[in-house]
Structure formats: C-alpha cells, structure tokens
Write a protein that binds this ligand. Structure first.
Ligand code: FES
Ligand SMILES: [Fe+2]
Length: 385
C-alpha cells in the first residue's frame, strides 16, 4: 500500500468514514458490564462512546452531554448512574434527559428544544461475551460482516470467559494496519519471537495454493464488482479457531480450577487458538483454552494506535485466592511477546516516509495481499460497505 495509507491524516479520516464507521467494532467485554449501572467508555477512531448497563440491558451512546459537551462518564470503566457531573443532568436507557436540576428556573427550554436534549444512541450487539457497537445510522446486519460460522465460533469461545478481567493499554506509535498485517503473518514468530512464543508453539507459515489462486484471479479481474461481493470478501478476512499444536501439553496448578474451553467439536485441544476479527480485534489462547488474551487495536491517529489488552481465564469452577495473580502472570508473560511485535511495528512506522517504496509481499502473504486489494478498492470509492 502507498506510504500515505500509514502516514497521512486525511487518509486516516477517510478510512474512519469509509471503513470503521460502517463496520461493527468491538468495544469491550460483557463481563465488565455485568451489573446495573456498570459502564465502559472508549474512544473509537476519535468518537467517544459509553456503554452502560440499565437493569441488565446494555445501551451504547455517544459519550457527550447534550448540554455543554462534557463527557457523561469520565472513567474508562466503573459502576455509576448515567449522569453528567458538570450540572447534574441524568439520562434514561433511551438516552433521553431524565432530570435537569433547576430546569424551570434556569434553563427555560421551549418544548421543541427540550425534545432534542438526548444522547446520540448507537447500535449494540453482544456476541457471546463480546460487545460490539456500530456508529452508523443504518448499521449493516452483523452477520453480513462476519458470517454465521465466525459468529458461532466467537460466541462459543467468549461464552467460556470468566467474569474476572485484567486489562492494560499500550500507547503504540504505529498505524493500526501494521497490526492486522502482523497478525496474519505466521512466518515472523520463528524470528521475532524465537525466545518467547515460538518456544512453546512452532508456528509454520504455508503457501495456501487455492487461496493464492483466488487472489490472482481477483487481481487479474480488477475490482470488486458490487457491494454483495465486497461483503463476501470482507467475511473472508475474519476467521479463527485451532491454529498450531503446542510443543508440550499446557500444565499449571490453577488449570484444575478452570472449566477449560472446549472447541466447537466438543473436545479439548493442546493447541494455540487464534481468532482474527477484521479489522482490529485479535483473540488468542496460548494454553489450549485455559486463558485468553483479547487485543483491541484502536486507531488514534495515522501513527498512533491504542492497544487495549484484556486477559481472562475460562470460567472458574470456584473462586480461588490466587486468581488475580494468575491474570497478572499471564499479562506479564504476554507483555514480552507484545513488546516484540510493538517494537517492530514502531520501527516500521518510524522508517516510513512519503517517498518510501511499497512492501513486496511473498506468496505466503496472500491473505494480506487480498485485504490490501479490497481495502484499496474501498478507499478509491469503487464500492461502499
Ligand atoms: S455539560 Fe452536562 S450537565 Fe452541563
Ligand atoms: Fe508477533
């Protein structure tokens, strides 16, 4: 792709409007929204969003008070009614203004003004334990983005999540696309993660001849013909499940206290599990389904991405004293691997400049080449999602 795709602010804004706004985006884990008034706030591609639990119902709104634009919820997560701390306005589950203190004496809105005082609502869907939102006024059905099989896989996997979550955020100095490209490259772990991840799992890159042939046909045929075909290809960018066998069966004392994830076939597998959720979510289990890492790459600017990472185990059979320590240990183990990837992506970002030559992908990188071909057609306005 041209260097501008990674560097240019106008390109970044176009990508927000053409790609991210129409698509369903992951925003957080249902486990963090389990009780009445629990909320999370995230800024998705510059748009502040709050998800709030109203007596068990999850609702998503733009996190901007209609009075003077103060964020209604300020913390990244917590348990607090939906009201604005600046002048005390509160909101109901429809986003309508429930109470404006001193309304009659001080604000004196006319009825037609009063009717407009509500939060902007966004569509929200739960897929198992994962919460997705859509920022467009007319969202496409989520099945059209992921397909039934992928949604069933995500539901089964994330329904195994426990309610205890630990999370952290990396302030990455790289373009978000470098992350999805990195994740679809099975050849780098033997080099970059030789002392960490690759020790336990021998990832093998392969050339998928039929996938490659399909890509060549697309490249020869030029563009995506219509929206239906574009969505069909989009669904092919997300996939997941069993990835690579582990060198040794996973074994830690706390595994005995966990209901290990059973794969869709009903069996346990000593495998590295990997779910790639296009465009910017990655979920993996490096221990055959005892615990999971959920990596959310949130674009902030052309050269900045917040990498929000959640760690959960599969459900506990009973509470145990060391569960927080287990999550912390898994965060520290993943940190070593994540930093190896982040270093490379930041080095690439630093090296790119407007006159840089585009990447030269090999045949094993046909998935990234396919996404690139689709993405460039979208950015050039040949179809819209
Ligand atoms: S800005 Fe929210 S109540 Fe005034
Ligand atoms: Fe990596």
């Amino acid at each position: 792709m041209p260097p501008d795709a990674y560097l240019d602010q106008a390109w970044f804004e176009r990508e927000r409007d053409l790609l991210f706004k129409p698509l369903w985006q992951f925003i957080g884990l249902k486990a963090m929204l389990a009780v009445h008034n629990a909320f999370i706030t995230r800024t998705l591609f510059g748009i502040p969003v709050v998800v709030q639990n109203f007596k068990g119902e999850l609702r998503a709104f733009e996190n901007v008070c209609p009075h003077r634009q103060n964020p209604v919820q300020v913390q990244p997560q917590g348990v607090r009614p939906l009201f604005c701390a600046y002048h005390g306005w509160s909101f109901d589950k429809e986003g309508a203004t429930a109470n404006i203190p001193y309304e009659d004496a001080l604000y004196r809105y006319r009825p037609e003004e009063r009717a407009c005082l509500h939060l902007r609502r966004f569509a929200l869907v739960c897929v198992g334990g994962l919460v997705f939102v859509n920022l467009s006024a007319d969202p496409l059905p989520i099945e059209e983005q992921f397909g039934a099989e992928m949604l069933a896989g995500l539901t089964a996997m994330s329904s195994s999540f426990d309610g205890e979550v630990i999370m952290t955020t990396y302030d990455g100095q790289f373009n978000w696309k470098l992350a999805y490209e990195n994740l679809r490259d099975a050849h780098h772990p033997r080099f970059l993660h030789g002392r960490t991840l690759f020790k336990e799992t021998k990832f093998q890159a392969e050339v998928d001849e039929s996938g490659l042939a399909a890509l060549r046909r697309l490249q020869a045929g030029g563009d995506v013909a219509d929206r239906g075909q574009a969505l069909d290809r989009l669904r092919g960018f997300s996939a997941g499940g069993l990835d690579s066998p582990m060198e040794k069966p996973p074994s830690d004392p706390w595994h005995a206290l966990i209901e290990r994830y059973r794969h869709l076939d009903g069996a346990y597998h000593d495998f590295y599990y990997n779910w790639l959720v296009f465009p910017n979510l990655h979920i993996a289990s490096a221990n055959g389904g005892y615990s999971f890492i959920i990596e959310h790459h949130v674009p902030v600017g052309p050269g900045r991405t917040d990498l929000i990472v959640h760690y959960v185990t599969a459900k506990k059979t009973r509470p145990y004293a060391q569960s927080a320590a287990v999550l912390h240990a898994s965060m520290m183990a993943a940190d070593a691997v994540l930093r190896e990837d982040i270093d490379v992506m930041e080095n690439i970002q630093r090296t790119l400049h407007p006159g840089a030559r585009p990447a030269q992908l090999g045949d094993f990188e046909f998935e990234n080449a396919g996404i690139q071909h689709w993405y460039m057609s979208l950015m050039e306005g040949r179809f819209a999602i």
